[in-house]
Design a protein around this ligand. Structure first.
Ligand code: FE2
Length: 428
């Protein structure tokens, strides 16, 4: 059988070396040692790592690449970012949002991202972001899977038109229900928003992903209600709590009760390490809290934990380059995930765990899965994180859709031959 593409001599994320991967009709046909059948295209993987695509489970495509417009975030806080975004919303056009989002999608593809869950702000009565991102979703569908979340940025109850706008956006084709309970006016309104939004998702058979407790306030306990409503409505496995930063500051005894409740509800947890470390703890003097949710403890309880990038060059974050390895690198440091096993897990947090949170189908490096993968200039997953490895080739549906030249540095340095020659070397 002639394959469309074979990549030879690769290393898999599980550590297996000298493997070949073969693709036919957009699917992975085989992953074995020494595939010798004919293929239209054959690539030498040179022993490098092949990974399933990176997945960004938490992003804001409607705000990305808007940095500096209409002004910079001076305090650097989450709240000034929300205020600044509120200034940009009325003056930006659908065309601008489309242009910026498409530019970002190109970058994401080049960086090996195969799927993005993007929140889209529905508190603009014209729903410009929704219109723009639905168009972008259609356009990029052949090479990038976009999943859109209806996100009431200014509060489901706090913003007078959010409820009707959110329903309109779901009717237009946005497929996940969002929320922001900690931003409502009162704790009880936050809880009521979770109840209403989860009921809406259950009625429409949709997934839920809420910005939940993105605050340093240890009393922000909305994730408890999110888990409760998930179980009450039978939404287990289809609900995500994003950020959950207040958990960092919560009382340990309360957390010991809370985490099992999240596990029972089969909640997915998404931390956004770059943004959490940048925005949380801003009201602290010293010591300053890190603000990232309790990743090792959530993971130990069997909860699916993923890392998202959240922002790139927008009102909340001035940096970023669609690099999920940057995200994993930061998450690893902030949570002190330094054992070999923990570091390898951080790679899962930006690949298969993120795919699981999004409910992606046919994802992974197995026979029959979609032939989507990335050839990285690294020998294993830990080295990929350490180097934020170069994406040598990005494959989608068995075709190469992006290539980056191998990164090599030539050194021109003076050397002392007597030291370099082992015969002349003496430690004394
Ligand atoms: Fe976010």
């Amino acid at each position: 059988m002639a394959f469309d593409l074979v990549v030879k001599n690769i290393t898999l994320p599980n550590g297996k070396t000298r493997m070949d991967i073969a693709c036919k009709n957009g699917k992975i046909s085989a992953i074995e040692n020494n595939i010798n059948a004919e293929a239209k295209t054959i690539i030498d993987g040179e022993g490098f790592l092949v990974s399933p695509p990176f997945v960004d489970p938490h992003f804001h495509l409607d705000a990305t690449l808007s940095l500096g417009r209409p002004r910079m975030n001076v305090s650097g806080t989450l709240l000034e970012g929300i205020g600044l975004w509120g200034e940009l919303k009325p003056i930006q056009t659908v065309e601008e949002i489309v242009e910026r989002a498409l530019k970002y999608c190109d970058l994401a593809v080049a960086m090996g991202i195969g799927a993005i869950r993007s929140h889209v702000d529905i508190c603009d009565d014209e729903l410009k972001g929704v219109e723009a991102l639905l168009a972008v979703k259609k356009q990029v569908a052949p090479y990038l899977e976009l999943q859109l979340v209806a996100f009431p940025q200014d509060g489901f109850y706090r913003c007078a038109t959010a409820e009707q706008n959110l329903i309109r956006s779901l009717d237009m084709g946005v497929e996940v229900v969002g929320g922001i309970p900690h931003f409502e006016r009162r704790m009880d309104e936050g809880a009521a928003s979770i109840k209403a939004l989860c009921e809406m998702a259950a009625q429409r058979d949709l997934m839920v992903d809420m910005h939940c407790d993105e605050t340093d306030d240890p009393m922000s306990r909305h994730v408890e209600t999110l888990a409760f409503e998930t179980q009450r409505l039978g939404l287990q496995g289809r609900v995500t709590g994003s950020h959950l930063t207040s958990m960092h500051s919560m009382d340990n005894y309360y957390v010991s009760k809370l985490i099992p409740l999240l596990a029972e509800a089969e909640l997915h947890a998404i931390a956004n390490p770059l943004i959490n470390i940048m925005l949380q703890g801003r009201h602290d003097s010293y010591p300053k809290r890190r603000g990232q949710t309790r990743v090792p403890e959530l993971r130990a309880a069997g909860i699916n934990v993923a890392f998202g990038s959240d922002c790139v060059m927008d009102p909340w974050y001035s940096l970023g380059k669609a690099c999920m390895l940057d995200v994993a690198h930061m998450g690893l440091h902030v949570a002190q995930l330094s054992s070999r096993e923990d570091m390898a897990w951080c790679f899962d947090a930006v690949t298969k765990n993120a795919a699981k949170a999004m409910g992606l189908k046919n994802y992974g490096l197995k026979k029959g899965c979609d032939a989507n993968f990335v050839l990285l200039q690294a020998s294993d997953t830990i080295e990929a994180i350490r180097l934020r490895a170069n994406r040598l080739a990005v494959v989608r549906g068995g075709k190469i859709i992006a290539k980056t030249p191998r990164q090599e540095t030539e050194l021109f340095l003076p050397r002392r031959p007597d030291i370099l020659d082992p015969a002349n070397y003496s430690p004394t």
